[in-house]
Design a binder for this molecule. Structure first.
Ligand code: 13P
Length: 250
């Protein structure tokens, strides 16, 4: 059975002090629940150290929202995968649409980042998704197919990655994809993985949905056979809403 994953993307929110107080309230809630969800936190880089202090003896994974394709050198402002690993990170987010659009990350750079993350034995959560314009003009499969092919170009089929399908028009807008729309994209991604890397790879890879996930829509989305969890922005900032998403019975 594939992992069912509930991942928080805090984006540029929460100081180290706020992160610790969130975890202290959140942990007792999820530790006493019998949910099967694996929980991850993608926190601002400045919060990684305190996150490891609180999370290291738990089952919860965590990591940066972005890493660079090189581990060290003259790359002012970037995050290193090897240092993230050294301080106990388990995962790294790669290719979020905000990185692609606001920071001009190309498919090729994202492919290099995925490679570096895997070389450091971190688990990449690779984001992909189409814009509103691309959906309206019928290009959804073309766009996410291209993003997937590039992102997996240096990935060996024995490795483990996670995908996050995040239609750009659903991010932070309150407009959530219907379960059927998300399922259509997820099953397309699954079949593309099958063609690119074989059925074992495709079957073991969890595909998360992201874009306005809330406690009141997560259970319906999770009924779809190819939705293996969520990547949550806004609703991951409050303990109450994110713990409800993590402890729902899927
Ligand atoms: P929202 O849940 O705020 O729509 O953000 C989704 C997202 O971008 C998670 O990476």
């Amino acid at each position: 059975m594939r992992d069912f994953i509930c991942a928080a993307n805090w984006k540029l929110n929460k100081s180290p002090r706020e992160a610790v107080s969130f975890f202290k309230e959140f942990l007792p809630i999820v530790e006493t629940s019998n949910s099967r969800s694996k929980i991850l936190f993608f926190v601002p880089a400045i919060d990684l150290w305190v996150s490891q202090e609180v999370l290291r003896d738990t089952e919860i994974g965590f990591g940066p929202q972005n890493i660079y394709s090189k581990n060290d050198g003259a790359f002012t402002g970037e995050n290193s995968a090897s240092v993230s690993k050294e301080i106990g990170c388990t995962h790294a987010l790669v290719g979020h649409s905000e990185r692609r659009s606001l920071f001009f990350e190309s498919d090729e750079l994202i492919a290099e980042k995925v490679k570096t993350v895997l070389e450091q034995n971190l688990h990449p959560v690779i984001c992909l998704g189409e814009s509103l314009e691309e959906r309206k003009t019928g290009k959804t499969n073309e766009v996410i197919g291209r993003q997937l092919k590039a992102a997996l170009s240096h990935v060996d089929s024995e490795k483990k990655v996670t995908l996050a399908y995040e239609p750009v028009w659903a991010i932070g807008t309150g407009e959530v994809a219907t379960p059927e729309m998300a399922e259509e994209a997820h099953s397309f991604l699954r079949s593309q993985m099958n063609d690119l890397k074989g059925s074992a790879f495709s079957e073991k890879t969890s595909i998360l949905y992201g874009g306005s996930v809330k406690p009141d829509n997560c259970e319906n989305l999770a009924k779809m056979p190819n939705i293996d969890g969520f990547l949550v922005g806004g609703a991951s900032l409050q303990v109450e809403s994110f713990s409800q998403i993590c402890t729902a019975q899927y």
